[in-house]
Design a protein around this ligand. Structure first.
Ligand code: 13P
Length: 253
């Protein structure tokens, strides 16, 4: 059975002190929680504090970006080696905000996926269509392209370490969520593409998260769907008392 992973993407929020306070609270709340993996994607300046604060709990820490080289003259960038060395385990890649604001291409994202895997970080690869693409029936085409290009050159064995996050852009930070049925049908198509790339058995093992205005109220019905194996949560992950409700919805699926 696939692993349920509930991840929070904090984006550009929280100082190191705020990170420590929120994670201390969350650590207590997840005490005793089983059958779900909990991940927090904190900003670079909070990562070391985050890793130390969650020690001894089920919470794992993600970065929100890497540069796909191990070291060198890349002023201002952070390498996967640096992240791995401080205990970071996951990295969120290909988020639509990075695609849009920082002009990241599928090819560049693919380099990052490969570099993360090579250096022992688990990529959470984000894909998803814009409102215009959904309205013109291009959702499956966009997701297939982002998967095929983002995962080019990845072996089935490596794919087992990759998490996919389906995040329809029109649902991010808008309060508009895909209905569970709508999301499930897209997730099924995503899994078909994964099966084409890596074979059915690997595709069935891969966690495919939903992201986009997921919160304490709607998480349960989304996570009840067969092909929705977790969530990538933005706004509703910032407060421990709210995020724990999303986590609990994942436990029961
Ligand atoms: P919201 O949950 O705030 O819509 O953000 C989703 C997201 O972008 C997670 O990566």
């Amino acid at each position: 059975m696939r692993k349920t992973i509930i991840a929070g993407n904090w984006k550009m929020n929280k100082t190191a002190t705020e990170t420590r306070d929120t994670l201390k609270e969350l650590k207590e709340l997840v005490d005793g929680v089983k059958d779900v993996e909990v991940v927090i994607g904190a900003p670079f300046t909070s990562l070391e504090t985050a890793v130390k604060t969650v020690e001894g709990s089920i919470i794992k820490i993600a970065a929100q970006n890497i540069y796909p080289k191990e070291s060198g003259a890349y002023t201002g960038e952070i390498s996967p080696v640096m992240l791995k060395s401080i205990g970071v385990e996951y990295v969120i890649l290909g988020h639509s905000e990075r695609r849009e604001y920082f002009k990241e291409t599928d090819e560049f994202i693919n380099e990052k996926v490969k570099s993360a895997l090579k250096n022992g970080l688990r990529p959470i690869l984000c894909i998803g269509e814009s409102l215009e693409e959904r309205e013109t029936n291009k959702t499956d085409e966009v997701n297939s392209r982002q998967l095929e290009k983002g995962l080019a050159g990845i072996t089935p064995e490596e794919a087992k370490n990759i998490v996919i996050a389906y995040e329809p852009i029109w649902a991010i930070g808008t309060g508009k969520t895909a209905t569970p049925e709508m999301a499930e049908s897209t997730h099924k198509e995503i899994r078909k593409v994964l099966a084409k790339l890596f074979g059915e058995s690997v595709a069935n093992e891969m966690t495919v998260q939903y992201g986009g205005s997921m919160n304490a109220k709607n998480a349960k019905e989304l996570l009840e769907m067969d092909n929705i194996d977790g969530g990538l949560v933005g706004g509703a992950s910032l407060e421990a008392s709210t995020f724990i409700e999303v986590i609990k919805a994942g436990v029961k699926r």
